[in-house]
Design a protein around this ligand. Structure first.
Ligand code: ATP
Length: 352
């Protein structure tokens, strides 16, 4: 296994910069997700690490080796793609064997390596089947086995779950995580799905417009987003635009005076997570904004409630199903206060 060090990686296609100044150390055995919206440069970064494209600047070190200028097959990385990329005319066993042949694993060792890799993903009994005879989830398991059979130093996955249905996505995600932990594999997992990244990573790198916005554990990024982009992209957020006034309170453009623990003179936006908003008819907290319930959306485990404030803005509140059923008068049209604590407010600069 190995540590991966990316140092000021850059990729330019013609005059357009796809990735700029990407620096990150991924520890031995760590799983880091690259998360960001479409076009932010996640795949380009992963492809530079795998060696499919060469960086315009910067370096990539795997273990003790600078691999920046090495071809793909000399980097010892195992890659899994969104579209399984299995050879249709080869059986499952032959698909796994192909990678081993490319890596010059002697024929005498191959059968055992194929068996071991297929066993890891519980596909031993499918060895002689062709990809068309497998479901999407099974094909992706074979692709994982093929990548792991070469015993890579680094495991690279590019949106590996995007083609699977929701239930299978969770199942294969958990399998990948278990396997990665058991094998202690240094892993980079590219996704545009926030929940997936939160669920699978030790740390996440959030990207936007070719740049890393913030790196940290799922909890650190959700609880302490560094900027408006991260706050808005990772989970939901209610934003209030305004400014800090002389007594330290934050006055919104619509005239609410909020008590915000972390507000500074430069604060222009205050964010509050929907699950931090409580509804009360008799407010006792510092921040209580009057309005009426405009919509209730039943999502199963949680209930999403929209409040139209008297000043015209809409605030989103999310509560567990059990808490919602303890509030029998929850109904559209009901007058409420949207309440939140000063230490649940996040302060930001810039435009939301
Ligand atoms: P997605 O989730 O849609 O795959 P992404 O975050 O992985 O997005 P990239 O595929 O890395 O994004 O693309 C980053 C930027 O680089 C995009 O603006 C894209 O159009 C551009 N780009 C990627 N590959 C090339 C290429 N071969 N030639 C020109 N531009 C490219």
């Amino acid at each position: 296994m190995a540590k991966v060090s990316l140092d000021r990686l850059k990729k330019q296609f013609g005059s357009s910069v796809a990735v700029s100044d990407f620096s990150l150390d991924i520890e031995d055995g760590e799983l880091v997700a690259f998360l960001g919206p479409s076009g932010c440069g996640k795949t380009t970064t992963l492809r530079m690490i795998a060696g499919f494209i060469s960086p315009s600047a910067g370096s990539i070190v795997i273990g003790d080796d600078d691999v920046t200028d090495l071809p793909v097959h000399k980097r010892n990385t195992g890659m899994v793609f969104q579209r399984y990329a299995l050879f249709p005319h080869m059986t499952v066993g032959q698909n796994v064997s192909f990678g081993l042949e490319m890596h010059k694993v002697p024929a005498s060792e191959r059968d055992k390596r194929i068996g071991d890799a297929l066993a890891m993903v519980r596909m031993e009994s499918f060895k002689d089947r062709y990809p068309r005879q497998l479901s999407g989830g099974q094909q992706q398991r074979v692709a994982i086995a093929r990548a792991l059979a070469i015993q890579p130093k680094v495991f690279l996955l590019d949106e590996p779950l995007s083609n699977l249905d929701a239930k299978l996505r969770t199942e294969v995600r958990e399998e990948i995580r278990t396997l990665q932990r058991e094998l202690g594999l240094t892993t980079i997992f590219v996704t545009h799905d926030q929940e997936e990244a939160l669920a699978i990573s030790d740390r996440m790198a959030i990207m936007y417009d070719g740049k890393v916005q913030q790196v940290g554990t799922p909890e650190a990024l959700y609880e302490n987003p560094a900027n408006l982009f991260v706050a808005d992209f990772l989970g939901k957020m209610n934003f209030f635009q305004g400014k800090t006034v002389d007594d330290g309170r934050f006055v919104t453009d619509k005239g609410h005076a909020l008590t915000v623990d972390t507000a500074r003179p430069s604060t222009t936006q205050v964010g509050v997570r929907p699950e931090r908003i409580a509804l009360s008819s008799d407010p006792a907290t510092a921040n209580a904004l009057p309005g009426e319930i405009s919509n209730i959306v039943y999502l199963g485990a949680v209930i999403d409630i929209r409040i139209r404030l008297d000043t015209g803005e809409t605030v989103s509140c999310q509560m567990p199903n059990s808490a919602a059923s303890a509030q029998p008068s929850l109904a559209t049209g009901r007058r409420v206060h949207a309440c939140f604590r000063p230490d649940d407010c996040m302060a930001f600069q810039g435009e939301a």
